[in-house]
Design a protein around this ligand. Sequence first.
Ligand code: A3P
Length: 276
Amino acid sequence: NTVSLTELNGVPFNRLFAGLQETVENPDHFEAREDDIWVVNWPKSGTHWLWEIIMMLTSDKPQLSSRVKEECMFELRPGHALETMPSPRVLNTHVPHQFFPKQALAKSKVLYSVRHPKDAAISMYYHTRNIEDYSYLGTWNGFFSLFMENKVDCGSWFDHVEKWLEVVENHSNVQIVKFEDLKEDLTGEIKRVAEFIGYPKSDEFYAEVAKQCSFENMKKHKTELLSGWRPESDGMYRKGKVGGWRGVFTVHQNETFNSEYEKRAKNFKIDLGYTD
Ligand code: A3P
């Protein structure tokens, strides 16, 4: 039981990512703007959440956007689709750093979001299982092996994070946001993000943004336009929790994962603090 994917320069991707082919073939094609703001991550690490927060900050309206983040997704919008978008553009992507437009790294603001890989892997399992285009009906056990073998959408979590942490370390216009920090102190993180992207607001505004982008509110009000989720599934807003992996990983899976993590995390330029 494998996941239906396409491969671009050695990295497996969702077949719907039509825009990516063009990017890979024309790496300097994308025209970045100084006022662009990017949310970048390995999938299932808080893209929708962070995108929504930034949309509220940049629009100066503490209410959920009538748009969806997929409309502003680099690999889903082929060709010039993003070129006609008015500034400030809040863009998002899951691409590993080698596919990310160089111009954007040189002049735009980038937030790299990261989530405990065990939770991200489980979230990715449900994502893959429940979106029809992946044609995947396997079990968690099977998916865990695929995850460890990098045979899932966007490839290796370890490669993605290792390289992007290096980028964060070397660029003052790139900052990290942890899913767990959003869960622990949402208002504080919203404020930090707002100041970093240059859209500071009042404490009342931050509190309202936090209220609007609670898991429950987003689940209730955000519609999924482009995704093709199986009707019986929970869709994008599944659980939104930290540490759910504890009830899912077997002892053996946990040991296998930990030994790989220990090896790879030695090369991370930033300590993520994921010790369990
Ligand atoms: P789960 O599958 O664990 O529930 P992404 O947006 O990068 O695809 O990530 C999706 C994950 O983020 C899902 O995780 C989803 O529930 C969670 N998520 C989305 N919005 C959230 C919110 N407002 N609060 C907490 N978690 C949220």
